[in-house]
Ligand binder design. Structure first.
Ligand SMILES: [Mg+2]
Length: 133
């Protein structure tokens, strides 16, 4: 799959890439540092990702702002978007589900738990029928 990772923390970006390569998964990871960068990437005419992994706390345009724009876009609204965050804030959780997310995953502190969760998310989306195009 083509995965768009929207995350401002470089350590988190490296962690995801490391996990994908460690699990020998053949996914391509494209990165964006915030919602603004992600939107310009999605609107650049390049091939759209299969899924989006989205952080919530980011400068410039945060995850929820990005999500609301995405879900009101005629074309981009079909991109399954999974929140990947440390925020257990219930208000965030509600806003995200209301906006139409495809999942909400709290990043565990232990690396093994992180790897397990990420693997589960990627495997699940890999067997799903996606809208595409
Ligand atoms: Mg962040």
């Amino acid at each position: 799959m083509h995965v768009l990772l929207i995350e401002d923390d470089l350590i988190e970006v490296m962690k995801l890439k490391r996990t994908v390569s460690k699990l020998h998964l053949k996914h391509t990871i494209v990165e964006a540092k915030n919602g603004e960068e992600a939107l310009s990437l999605l609107r650049s005419g390049e091939k759209l990702p299969d899924i989006i992994l989205l952080d919530l706390n980011m400068p410039r345009m945060n995850g929820i702002e990005f999500l609301n724009i995405l879900k009101s876009d005629e074309l981009l609204q079909y991109l399954p978007t999974v929140i990947l965050t440390t925020s257990e804030n219930r208000a965030d959780l509600l806003k995200c589900y209301q906006a139409g997310i495809a999942g909400y995953v709290i990043k565990p502190l232990k690396y093994e738990d992180y790897e397990f969760k990420l693997n589960a998310v990627l495997q699940y989306w890999e067997v799903n029928q996606l809208v595409k195009g």
